[in-house]
Design a protein around this ligand. Structure first.
Ligand SMILES: [Zn+2]
Length: 146
């Protein structure tokens, strides 16, 4: 109805553990988690408090270089959940970061006919439209052609 706030389905919720990730994103930096256990050393994404490969809790934040390749994608022409309907057509994708982990994201500034597996991409950032309270709009990583 007029005047009522539309529910939104695109706003991530930060908590104490993921706060450094969202803070870095707001500064244009993508953070991964890196395992420091001997014989492992795996990087992972999304952020977890333990290593998904060896279950070690000796895991630290690490800044990603921002290079990625396209693993798979889809082109969405219809989405009834606000605010995605205003964005169609858009391209959700899974990309493989140079550090190894795959990341769910969105491809921007790429003509659809140019998309192909292995396509070199670069991480960039999008600050979402204002939310309440003011000044708390989250920034999320997206990718564009390298
Ligand atoms: Zn590990």
């Amino acid at each position: 109805m007029a005047g009522e706030a539309q529910p939104r389905f695109d706003i991530p919720e930060a908590d104490a553990f993921t706060a450094p990730y969202w803070q870095a994103a707001a500064e244009g930096r993508l953070l991964l988690r890196r395992c420091r256990a001997e014989g492992c050393g795996a990087a992972h994404h999304y952020p977890r408090e333990f290593c998904p490969r060896c279950w070690s809790e000796d895991v630290v934040w690490e800044e990603a270089g921002g290079r990625a390749t396209l693993y798979t994608w889809s082109i969405v022409h219809r989405n009834d959940l606000p605010p995605f309907g205003e964005r169609v057509p858009y391209v959700p994708a899974v990309v493989e970061l140079a550090e190894g982990p795959r990341m769910m994201t969105e491809i921007v500034d790429a003509p659809h006919e140019t998309l192909h597996v292995g396509m070199p991409l670069r991480v960039t950032f999008r600050t979402l439209a204002s939310t309440e309270p003011p000044g708390t709009a989250p920034t999320v990583p997206v990718v564009r052609p390298a």
